[in-house]
Design a protein around this ligand. Structure first.
Ligand code: SIN
Length: 580
């Protein structure tokens, strides 16, 4: 990786510099698993999180954890279901590693104190979800699985931090700005911004990005406010290959609130697929079933099929939402099976026991991200990526339900083990001398700095993505979106809103660039102007920062390492990070 292919954001001169073994960015399932592992191994580690520890996507996850538990199930069956959902773009080796590692990762979590739902006989209550051919999904608290994962891991980490001689520090409300690289291109730490506006450098021998997804790029999302693509944007600026960004999964049933009654800043509320699994159906305002006759699985068809059918129906009628009818459940089923969803709907004035729930598709999960293997290794030495921020090839072109928390746990364990082994072997040591960027600030427009984007245009960016880079895409709409993104103006300063906007703009541009390049429909990338899946497109699309500031787009054959034998791909590109 040449030095020219890294940029960083303009920042004031760092006020301080500290050093540790491993710097982890993010505190969901993947980041906490990594930290718990490193704490047990005594590796000096700092975990940074831009908000509170539990403010990320994991805590909100309603779906469960997929793993093979039952004698009637098999690893081959879980692998098969994952590969089918992934629509030809999964890396089979990574999928096998995930499936083989899942039961042990979940057992470790149970040893740390996680409690999953059990049946009357005391055995795990295993659920069936869309795309799975066996009961293999563990839930906790009915629809609060992610909360239990977050609770158990953060409690385990708190115990570790509280233990005498602890090697781990957890720092909340500390925003990672950029990955620091040395002149050889190796990751050497993270530049951070404190709430009071001061900037510092946390140096480390390894940096683990576990910062989640990009849902905030769209106006309606199931993701929390922190899902602004920070890890992907930082990795991209540091020269890492990012891939498969066009595979953005939209969830069909996100609660729609009448704009007149919307509370500014309110969260998006997912109404889990499990509600349809229990028998709820999507209807239009006249009470007609939307999915009837459109797919053999009707309301339980794959998410992209349901979302596209809903979007088409709304475009035909001009409706801004549809309805999810689960009135047949009655109060008791709602209370027992979906207590969190019931409470969140009622808090917003909708009672699913008596009324159909207003819903429409919303951004849910990014299958792409920073190209990495399941041990988290990216194309930048010393930089690791785990969980949703990473594209390991496990999720392919479409994620199988409940494979994501599982991936976070397995990958977190694996990178934790890898780094602990390196620490014990003496090959992972904090940088002895300050690295090149450490200690230096940079003003906007200085060589090697990226452009900051004006946060006043955040709603405009989201509207552009809603119109141009939605469930069903066309070249014309994507081209319009790229043009509009290119017109957004530069900002100054370095606060949370400008960092959000800059990172959102970077990831939005990467998604739109990949989506206009891939002229086929596959998995959750649907092109209305290219409705077929094409065999010659069965490869990853890699994006990396080019010398002129535009992303270079290359094809990566399946089974090969990113940055290996890739072939350049002509694409409409836009300077997402204008080099001065
Ligand atoms: C859901 O519960 O519908 C979402 C679960 C998932 O995305 O895996």
């Amino acid at each position: 990786m040449s030095e020219e292919m890294t940029v960083r954001l303009p920042t004031p001169r760092p006020a301080w510099q500290r050093s540790t073994g491993v710097v982890i960015v993010g505190s969901g399932a993947a980041g906490l698993s990594t930290a718990v592992h490193l704490a047990a191994a005594g590796v000096p580690t700092v975990l940074l999180t831009r908000a509170g520890v539990a403010d990320g996507s994991t805590d909100w996850a309603q779906g469960g954890l997929a793993a093979v538990w039952d004698a009637a199930d098999s690893a081959d069956s879980h692998i098969h279901d994952t590969l089918v959902a992934g629509a030809g773009l999964c890396e089979p080796g990574a999928v096998r590693e995930l499936v083989d590692g899942a039961p042990a990762a979940i057992r470790r979590l149970v040893r740390l104190g996680a409690r999953f739902d059990r049946d009357a006989g005391g055995a795990y209550d295993l659920h069936l979800e869309g795309g799975h051919h066996a009961r293999r999904i563990l839930h906790a608290g009915g629809d609060a699985s992610g909360h239990e994962v977050e609770r158990a891991l953060s409690a385990a980490l708190r115990r570790a931090v509280g233990a005498s001689g602890s090697s781990v520090e957890v720092l909340e409300h500390l925003r990672a700005v950029d990955v620091l690289t040395d002149p050889a291109g190796r990751a050497r730490g993270v530049r951070v911004r404190q709430d009071d506006g001061t900037v510092g450098d946390w140096l480390g021998a390894a940096v683990v990005l576990a910062s989640g997804g990009i849902g905030q790029v769209w106006p309606l999302t199931t993701n929390p406010a922190v899902a602004t693509g920070d890890g992907i944007a930082m990795a991209y600026r540091a020269g890492a290959v990012v891939r498969d960004m066009e595979f953005t999964q939209f969830h069909p049933t996100v609660l729609w609130i009448d704009p007149a009654r919307r509370v500014p800043g309110d969260r998006g509320v997912l109404v889990s697929e499990a509600v349809r699994g229990e028998g709820a159906v999507i209807i239009d305002q006249e009470g007609r079933r939307v999915m009837a006759g459109l797919h053999p699985l009707a309301d339980l068809a794959p998410r992209d099929v349901v979302s596209a059918a809903m979007q088409a129906q709304m475009s035909r009628t001009g409706a801004d939402h549809l309805l999810l009818d689960a009135r047949a459940f009655g109060e008791q089923t709602w209370q027992q099976r979906f207590p969190s969803i019931l409470a969140m709907c009622r808090e917003r004035g909708i009672d699913p026991v008596t009324d159909p729930i207003p819903v429409r598709p919303g951004a849910h999960y990014l299958c792409g991200g920073v190209a990495a293997d399941l041990d988290g290794r990216t194309t930048v030495p010393g930089l690791y990526a785990v969980g949703e921020v990473a594209a390991t090839g496990v999720q392919g072109a479409n994620r199988l339900a409940s494979n994501s928390l599982t991936e976070g746990l397995v990958a977190g364990d694996r990178v934790g083990a890898l780094l602990a082994t390196a620490w014990r072997a003496g090959t992972l040591r904090p940088p002895a001398t300050p690295t090149r960027p450490a200690g230096a600030g940079a003003r906007q427009g200085a060589p090697g700095t990226a452009r900051l984007l004006d946060p006043a245009h955040r709603d405009r960016l989201r509207a552009v993505m809603d119109r141009g880079v939605e469930v069903s895409r066309t070249a014309e709409a994507l081209d319009g979106a790229l043009t509009a993104l290119g017109e957004l103006s530069t900002g100054t300063g370095l606060d949370d809103s400008i960092l959000d906007m800059t990172n959102l703009h970077t990831v939005a541009t990467l998604v739109a660039t990949a989506a206009i390049t891939r002229t086929e429909s596959r998995g959750c990338h649907r092109r209305a102007d290219h409705p077929e899946t094409a065999e010659h497109w069965r490869h990853h699309l890699c994006l990396a920062l080019g010398p002129d500031g535009t992303p270079t787009v290359t094809e990566q054959p399946l089974g090969e390492a990113p940055g290996g034998t890739t072939t350049p791909h002509p694409a409409r590109t836009l300077p997402v990070e204008a080099l001065a």
